[in-house]
Design a protein around this ligand. Sequence first.
Ligand code: LUZ
Ligand code: MOS
Length: 756
Amino acid sequence: MHYDARLHVRGSSLFVDDLPEPPRLLHAAVVTSPVARGELREVDASRALAMPGVAAVLTADDIPGENQIGTIIMDEELLATRELSYAGEPVALVLASSRRLSRRAAAAVRLEVQEERPVLEPREAFRLGLTVAPSTTLAIGDVERAFGESRTVIEGRADSGGQEHLYLETQAAMTVPGEDGRLLVHSSTQGPSYVQRVTARVLGESMTSVEVDVGRLGGAFGGKEDQATPWAVMTALGARLTGRPVKLVLERCEDMAWTGKRHPYTSDYRMGLDAEGRVIAWEVTYYQDSGSASDLSTAIMERTLFHATASYHVPNVRVTGHCCRTNRPPNTAFRGFGGPQAMFVMECALADAAGRLGVPVRELQERNLLSTGDLLPYGMAYEGDEVRRSWEELCRLYPPEEEAERVRALNAADPVVKRGTALMPVCFGISFTNTSMNQASALVHVYLDGSVGVSTGAVEMGQGVGSKLRLVAARTLGLDPSLVAVETTNTTRAANASPTAASTGSDMNGNAVRMACHAILERLRARAADLLGLPAEGSEAIVIREGAVLLDGEPTDLGWVELVAEAWKSRVSLSAQAHYATPGIHFDRETGRGRPFAYHVAGTAMVTVALDRLRGTCRVESVRVVHDCGESIDETIDRGQIEGGLVQGIGWMTMEELRCDGDGRLLSDSMATYKVPDILSVPEVTVHLLAGSGGGSGVYGSKAVGEPPFMYGIGAYTALLDALRAAGRKEASEHVSPMSAERLLSLLTGEVGEGP
Ligand code: LUZ
Ligand code: MOS
């Protein structure tokens, strides 16, 4: 079970804002740009500084080091100097004795700004030559020839909207100065080492003067991979310049308005099919709304290109991605990281093609599913068989013809509610696409009472990585999990760690924990052999199970605690550090060829929806899933990830709609104006774990689970297309998600909606 659940249900888990407040604490508030685009002429803080209790107002001029928070491309200032590029861009930091005073003082800082016309549409940005990086293309086969040989060619456009992360805990950080200039930064971040590095850069100091500690996060979903950093750096800057502790916790509306989201995409596609319905040519141009700075946009576009063919085999592909610079907050990582946007386009095109050919979508899908050995557009062969096996297993459990028949019968009997059903296969590559990031470390201590402390770079954000690491340590050492404690994530115990992201947290950190525990175990077994009077090779026959030391499977007089004490007496180290690097992966960006992923995770969902043709409302009634977890480390946690992911995906596809006004200010900046799935909108979900799959380089044969289930949500969109057909709506050549109630109603009434 999720180890933290005990704490969460009692309200006793500590998040950044729950940490004891040190004396002389200053509360920070951020003054941000009121315009989406413009020039900053002057910052007048005099009225704020005159308020009793206001300690300082800091601007870019106060930064001792580099005013730069970029990760991949160095194009983002911590505090704006002159150019303002989105509404909500940080300009100044106000430090005051209370949270409320900090906000009042921030409102009293006067900015003199020359407003300019913002660019808010990615296609417009591209036309104007505004991009955050050069465009990239991935190609395989001969796409022009394949179009020439195609029997059917369809073309279209598919737009998917952005998505607010809506982590329960908003962005938060607190920095406490220590002795000799050292800073301790508590941050709600997925990437403690990023926070450490950027803090040192901005302060112009060494990384050794910054210690970052992370207990747990109240959710992240990618929104704290990169974008927890600026807020943490601001508290460190404030602490450095005032010598006092500084805390910054964003209000919900601040967080929603100022931080980046899932990238909206607008894409043009062309698909060629042969006479048998095989997709033989696939061409897409993706226009990504990157926002005003690059952030992780280029990495996200890379994952989009890699997932251009989704769960299908297409021999001739040419896909191009443009990362378009708009005057919106820099968009960022979000569960799926560009994969969902790519898969959405593919599923839209298949739905179009099926409509054109007059065959059920599932027939086209099935014909084109990836088989073992099929080449993916980045030159790696698909090595698994779970795409087809999960599809077949789902169809065995829930024959789709029967579901289609059931839906037809219901639709015939009901003039108002029209149901629709769709299958959604998912195939998602596991590893950071940037090969270098696929490394992790663990530090394990066995204490003299036999208990075990585990530190890694993995961040617990609710996903249960801590629980999994605990099970891995217990399993490797042959102990009960109650003996194992997972420590906070701290840059002094796990250095240069990759962010906990890309679904790799348990795989990589788990493997590092396994290696470190194994090293200690080897020493203990050698010591046990000695104590039992065996020759050195005798340790082979020794096993520790449930805290007992077994010889050839038989109990001995030696127990775990005794063995640990004996090892210490003879001065054997009871600690180990291990480093894990995912084996066998590489990618050449010049040629677009390699083996970027350790493996793929696959599964298939059947989604059935009910559409009210008078009200435009829809309900996702059921989702049945066959999903591959490999040999699950913890089935309860994995099922939680599958259910949570697919509900979040359904939200993205059917209700979550970001709106901003014509000046680029976010209108949907609260829970009253931004609709997310709630407990009442959760469908009946049945999850079957696919049996008998291997091939995961996850720890102990398990597979990554965080992101892949998100994309089952796309099935809600295609099921709605099916329901719309039943409601008599003609095919449209443009696809727009989310299929919000407003959009559904405008489609049903034939009026042109406003679009997201
Ligand atoms: N983060 C990242 C990710 O930096 N690289 C990736 O490939 C990735 N994939 C998924 C989620 N986060
Ligand atoms: Mo992520 S989108 O794995 O931070």
